[in-house]
Design a protein around this ligand. Structure first.
Ligand SMILES: Cc1cc2nc3c(=O)[nH]c(=O)nc-3n(C[C@H](O)[C@H](O)[C@H](O)COP(=O)(O)OP(=O)(O)OC[C@H]3O[C@@H](n4cnc5c(N)ncnc54)[C@H](O)[C@@H]3O)c2cc1C
Length: 473
């Protein structure tokens, strides 16, 4: 019988830094880190390696790789191939402050940042306190936009992978790994979690179980835990598009902030925000549970860069009665875009959106912004996004045009659908142990607590510390 002090499910930042903290602070503990994806050296995407123009259909007839998508799963989690922007702030990136005092959250984020620095992260960091930034902020306020300031360490995709490889090697001899291993169930005994069940039927036992399953595993986690009596509170879902324009339009923001994070309250009562900006970046495909979504990344090496900047424009939606499943809503909207584009995502010029007409291949070809995501299919996002969402996006674009003139040009591209799933939040204490099941800890994006690399990592460290404290008491 396999038995551990702690089994961590999910090798994203939550799981990795949780394991790292166990290894550093309590080296004697027997810890297993388990993920349904591949280890960091074996994560390969056929779109990139075989130059496919869309995700292949797997042996089960689903869109995507088997056993799981290498872009979003495996050691490093959803962010392994990401732009690696570490936001050194507690102003955004999650809701950890709802559980942990704000200054402690910042301390944990800096702690995770230091682990990255120790494993090869670049020391450069943005400074949000310059006169140039103040000038941008002034124009933003005049247009009704709030600029969220925070220091950003832009690691870049290729350096991010190297850091993950280094951390993987550091932990290898002290933390046990298991990859291509999907967890399908938990073993509960008298209100206590005592083990996990793999898809293969194998059972593994542990004194403590940490679930850091990310957005990828959020729906599965919710269904499983609700059936076990864990109460959930629904979170918001953010739906919108990935915007792409020429670098020159974003030059001032890119140079002074790297990532301009703006928030805007619309006339229809929604909040829109810019998110995950990628100067000289690429728009990419993200496959979540068979649903194809947009995302973006940028390489740190400028030789690998493009002439375009992309960022997400997201509208927050909350639901109550009679429908209260925000994730399901976003999946249905995204699936519609997949259907209309033959299994891909839609690209449309902002001009065509305003004119209410479909973008065609010819119109995209004639556009001044050359799409970096070649597999996106020209189409009509007006047939996909709800009116309220689209109206919010257009209002935000008009406001942004005062800060970055040219962004609301007819030639700007919208890719859809991009969605951020924040998952319902399970009822937990400030140690992230579920109230209903003892010894079961949930954290990260999958628990609706974080929405970024830094806070997810911080959450993992905190959970490890709380388990160690419990063991020591
Ligand atoms: C393309 C992209 C770019 C991004 N860029 C940035 C960025 O620049 N900055 C930033 O702050 N954030 C970024 N993010 C968000 C960031 O990656 C996430 O916030 C972060 O990875 C969440 O960490 P996590 O550990 O909670 O979950 P994840 O990283 O999602 O990891 C969860 C892991 O759990 C595994 N898993 C799920 N279910 C099971 C199961 N049943 N059995 C076994 N394993 C399972 C998955 O395989 C996955 O590896 C980006 C995300 C994407 C997709």
């Amino acid at each position: 019988m396999k038995k551990y002090d702690c089994v961590i499910v999910g090798a994203g930042p939550t799981g990795i830094y949780c394991a790292y903290e166990f290894m550093s602070k309590k080296p004697g503990l027997k810890v297993l880190l388990i993920d349904k994806g591949h280890d960091i050296f074996s994560r390969r995407c056929p779109i990139i390696e075989k130059k496919l123009d869309k995700c292949p259909v797997n042996m089960n007839g689903e869109i995507g790789c088997h056993p799981s998508c290498s872009m979003t799963t495996g050691f490093g989690g959803a962010g392994a191939f990401s732009d690696g922007k570490y936001n050194i702030t507690n102003e955004y990136g999650g809701w950890l402050q709802d559980y942990i005092p704000g200054d402690e959250v910042l301390g944990l984020i800096k702690y995770v940042d230091q682990i990255n620095l120790d494993h090869g992260a670049s020391p450069e960091i943005t400074d949000p306190e310059t006169e140039a930034v103040k000038g941008i902020e002034k124009r933003a306020i005049a247009a009704g936009l709030k600029l969220l300031r925070g220091k950003v360490r832009h690691i870049g995709t290729e350096q991010n992978i190297e850091i993950l490889k280094n951390i993987f090697k550091t932990m290898r001899s002290r933390v046990e790994y298991m990859f291509r291993a999907k967890i399908v169930d938990l073993i509960i005994d008298n209100g206590r979690a005592t083990g996990i069940v793999l898809e293969s039927g194998e059972k593994i036992y542990a004194d403590n179980i940490v679930l850091g399953v990310g957005r990828e595993g959020a729906l599965w986690q919710q269904e499983l835990l609700e059936a076990l009596g864990v109460a959930f509170r629904n979170n918001q879902v953010d739906i919108g598009v990935r915007v792409e324009t020429n670098n020159i339009v974003m030059e001032e923001i890119n140079a002074n902030l790297y990532e301009g994070k703006f928030k805007f309250n619309t006339s229809v009562g929604t909040t829109v925000r810019t998110f995950c900006s990628n100067p000289s970046g690429h728009v990419v495909i993200e496959n979540q549970n068979g649903v194809v979504l947009c995302n973006g990344h940028a390489f740190r090496d400028i030789k690998l860069g493009t002439d375009n900047t992309n960022f997400a424009l997201l509208v927050s939606h909350e639901f109550s009665e009679p429908f209260d499943n925000p994730n399901q809503f976003a999946y249905e909207v995204a699936k519609l875009a997949n259907k209309l584009s033959g299994g891909s995502v839609i690209v449309q010029t902002y001009g065509d959106i305003l004119k209410g007409r479909r973008s065609t291949e010819k119109r995209i070809r004639e556009c001044f912004v050359t799409p970096t995501l070649k597999e996106a299919v020209p189409g009509d996002l007006g047939l996909v996004l709800p009116y309220n969402t689209m109206k919010s996006l257009i209002e935000m674009m008009q406001a942004l045009n005062h800060v970055t003139p040219g962004i609301a040009s007819d030639h700007t591209l919208f890719y859809g659908v991009e969605a951020k799933f924040y998952s319902a939040r399970p009822e937990v204490g400030d140690d992230f142990e579920t109230k209903a099941i003892k010894n079961l800890y949930v954290g990260g994006d999958g628990a609706g607590v974080t929405r970024g690399l830094a806070q997810a990592g911080a959450n993992g460290v905190w959970i490890a510390r709380k388990i160690i404290e419990k063991q020591n008491s």
